[in-house]
Design a protein around this ligand. Sequence first.
Ligand code: BO1
Ligand code: ZN
Length: 269
Amino acid sequence: LHEWDYSDTNSWAVNFPSANGRNQSPIDIISSLSEYDESLKTNQFELNFDLNCFIELKNNGHTFVVSAASDTSSVSGGLLPNSYKFGQFHMHWGLNESSGSEHFVDGGSFAGELHFVFWNDSKFSTFETAAQSNDHDGLAVFAVFIIVGAENNEFSKITAAIDNADKPMPFLLMADALLVFTINQHLFGCNWYYNISKYWTYLGSLTTPPCTESVLWTVFHDPIQISIGQLNKVRQLYSCAHESDCTESKRIKKNNRLPCELNERKIIR
Ligand code: BO1
Ligand code: ZN
């Protein structure tokens, strides 16, 4: 098992050869080069979220991960061949408000990016086998850009869990924090008044090692807002496994990979 971090993302390929592939993520989305697909208008995403399922928050040393304790939520539609099961969501951020997102749009980036990760349970028996397959229909990840602005009540559930976590164990900061989370409100719900009708989609990879090229990406056009205080809260998380190692330099100050080449791929909108 190889350790990795964000100090030199160009060296990931030494231990994770997929990172040198031709279908890597993220990318800079040049909007004028994307191709309009009329069929996406009629074949809309359908989200089937279990509102009462228990959700667990954890710090995995690279980001916080909010995962479903049960397999009862799924998504279908768009270019997906069948329905995919929800696995987890997590966030990427950066050192300042103008960096932090993984995807760029027309050369510009955002303060952060949420990734909602789904896996193809018609083709694979577990999340891990779907994620590590070299089939582009293993995972579907939905990306939502974050900009700094108004305080976000839904996001407060995450910052509250960080506040309530076990302080003496920073790596396992949120390991015991179990809460009921109405996750539909994060993606498509009324609390965020979130518009999912405008998006780009393309074939890519995990943005972290092992960087496997198993992902159909959906990147939504409209950003959500969180406050600077909420962003600073996630920047407090530590990357260290043991309290004695948790010095200031071990804070997860940034966890975004820079855009990769598009190569021969198409971006559909
Ligand atoms: S992302 O949405 O492309 N940033 C992404 C990146 C990695 C994962 C999910 C989404 N999951 C990773 C796990 C690793 C595991 C790997 C392959 O999948 O974090 O622990 O090794 O299964
Ligand atoms: Zn991610």
